[in-house]
Design a protein around this ligand. Sequence first.
Ligand code: COA
Length: 637
Amino acid sequence: MWGICSRAMVKVGMAKPCGLVKPCHLVKPVSATRVSGRYLTHQRGLPALPVPPLQQTCERYISALEPIVEVDELKHTKELLAEFQKAGGVGERLQRGLEKRASKTDNWLSEWWVQVAYLTYRLPVVVHSSPGLVLPRMNFRDKQGQIRFAAKLIAGVLDFKTMIDNETLPVEYLGGKPLCMNQYYEVLSSCRIPGLKKDSVVNHAKSSRPPKHITVVHNFQFFVLDVYNSDGTPLTSDQLCVQLDRICSSSQQTNMVPVGILTTQHRDLWGKAYLNLIKDKTNKQSVSAIQRSIFTLCLDGAMPQVSEETCRSTAAVQMLHGGGSQWNSGNRWFDKTLQFIVGEDGTCGANYEHAPAEGPPIVALIDHVVEYTRKPEMTRSPMVPLPMPQKLHFNITPEIKKDIEEAKQDMNILAGDLDIRVTVFGHFGKDVPKSHKMSPDAFIQVALQLAYYRMYQHCCATYESASLRMFRLGRTDTIRSASNASAAFVKAFDDPNRQNTEKVDLMAKAVAAHRSYTNMAISGQAIDRHLLGLKLLALEENLSMPEIFTDPAFAKALHYRLSTSQVPSKADCVMCFGPVVPNGYGVCYNPMEDHINFAVSSFNTCKETDASQLAQAVENALLDMRTVLDQTPRAKL
Ligand code: COA
C-alpha cells in the first residue's frame, strides 16, 4: 500500500510510472472561468510558482538524504546526480522543459498535482486521503439538540457561501504575503466522480444554474434539501430546523441498505460499481443530486460508548471513516468534497475529499461556522410552508447489493486496522517556544523527531505540508523535517555525556534549520515538487527514466514513516488523517496559544507502530525540551 494524498504523493509517480500526466480539465482553475471581479484581480496579482535552479535542488536533495540513508547509498546517489546534472545531459533538458511549461501555464504544477496526488490514486479516499476534522464537543445530547445545531451549522455555511459568491472573502496572508484564494471556490458544490482508472472532480458552482440544495443523510437515507427561499434568501435556522425534523421523521427505519458505503471502496472497484449503479435511471438521478449539492450533512446515529478520556479519539474515528458498516460509514458520500457530520451526543466535525483543497481553507470555513453557531438565535421568521425535502431513491439490484456487501467488508477491515489517538498536550502551546524566540511549528517538529528517534533509534524521512499559496493556484510542497541539524540534536539529547548548554545549542540549531526549510518551501524553493516535475516531464516525453528516480535512496526519501501537518484553527479542533505508508504514522496538530491538539494514527497490522506510544513520546519530548531550556541560562541561546 502506498500512501498518497498531498502528504506522500510523490511516491505514486515513482512506484507506478504510467501515462498519468495528462492535465485534468475537470478541476478548472477558477481563473479560467471567472471573467470579472475582485477575485480575479487578486489572483492576477499573485506571482507564478517558480521553477527552482537545478543545481540548487540537487544540492538540497543530497542534504535531505544525509540523515536518512547510509553512507554508501549517498555516495551512489551523488554519482547519479552528477551524471544527471552534467552539461547537455537529461537534467538540463528536463529543466528547460519545466521552465517552458512554467512560461505557458498559470501554474506549472497544479494540474499535474491534482492528477498524480489525487485523481489517479486508487486506494480508498477514506483514511488514505480524505482528512477528518474533530470539533469541540457541543452542548447537546439528544435528537432535538442535534437537529437544532445542524440547522445552525447549515445557516453558518450559507453565510460563508455568501462571501464566496459575492467575492468578498477577506484575502489571507502568510508571512505578510497575500495568498491564492482559489481553493475557497472549489470546495462547495463540488464532488469527486469515480472512474475505472482515474477519477475526476466536477464543480457545479461554476455551472449556469448553480445548485440551491444540500444533501442530508440520516439512517443511510439521502434527501435533497433546498436551502434557499424562492426569493433567493437562505433559509433561516428555524426553517432549516423544521426541514431537518421532517427528514428525520421520514427516515426512522434503521435497516436500510447503505448505498453510501460504496464510496469507501478502492477507487477501481468503486469506478466499476459506479457504472453499474447508475445504469438505473432513478439511481443516476439520485447520485447526480448528491454530486450537484452544495455539501452533505450527515446526521449520524450512535457510535460505541467510550470513556470521557477517549471520546475525542472516537470522534476522530467518526470523522475519518464513520466507524465501520455497523456504525456510520454508510451514512456518508465520501466523494463529496465537503461533508459535515453531527452526532446525537454533541459530537461534530467534518470530512473532506482532498482533491480540490488543503485543510486551511476548510478550517477557515469551519471556524466561521462555529462562530456563527455560537451567536444568539436569529429572530424567528414567519413560517411559510416549505416543500417537503425530497427523498432520494435507489433501486438495489442483486449486483449492486453484492458491491455494497463487498464495500462493507473492506471498510470494516480498514476500520479495524486504523488506530487513532487524539490527545491534548496541556502543558504549554505556542507560548513557550515563542518565549524562547523559537518558531512553535519548528519546535513541535523537532520534538516529533526526538520522539521518533527515542522509539526507533534512527531518523526517518518526514513530510510536513508547506503551503504554496503565495503563488497563483499554489497547493503544497514538502518540508523535510529530518535534517542534519535535527539528527545531531536527537542523537545528543539523551546522551548523559553532553552538557545542557550543548543540547540547547543543538536544539536551537535544529529549530532554526526547520524554520529555514519552511521559508524555502513556502517561497517555492523546496526540492520535492521540483523533482516530481522533472520526473513527470520525463514520463510525458517518453524519455528513459533518469536513474536518480529509480535509485533506492529516492524510494527511501519518499517513504514517509512520519507524515505530518500543522492545521491551525481558531476553534479548539484538530484535523486527522491516516498514515501514508503501512509502517508509518499520520500526525496532525493544531498549536493553540497554551496547548496543542494532536491526532496520531497508525495501522494495527503493523507491529512496529503504535499511535498511543508515539503520542506519549511526543508529549515527553516536548516536556523534556522545555525542561532543558528552562534549566539553561538564556544567554546561551
Ligand atoms: N520567535 C517568536 N515567535 C515566533 C518565532 C520566533 N523565532 N517564529 C515564529 N514565531 C511566531 C509567528 O510570528 C507566529 O505568530 P502568531 O501565533 O501570532 O501567528 C507563530 O509563532 C507561528 O509561527 P510558526 O510556528 O513558525 O509557524 P507558521 O504559522 O509560520 O506555520 C507552516 C508554518 C509550515 C505550518 C505554514 O507555513 C504552512 O505552510 N501552513 C500550511 C500547511 C498546510 O497546508 N497544511 C494542510 C495540509 S492538508
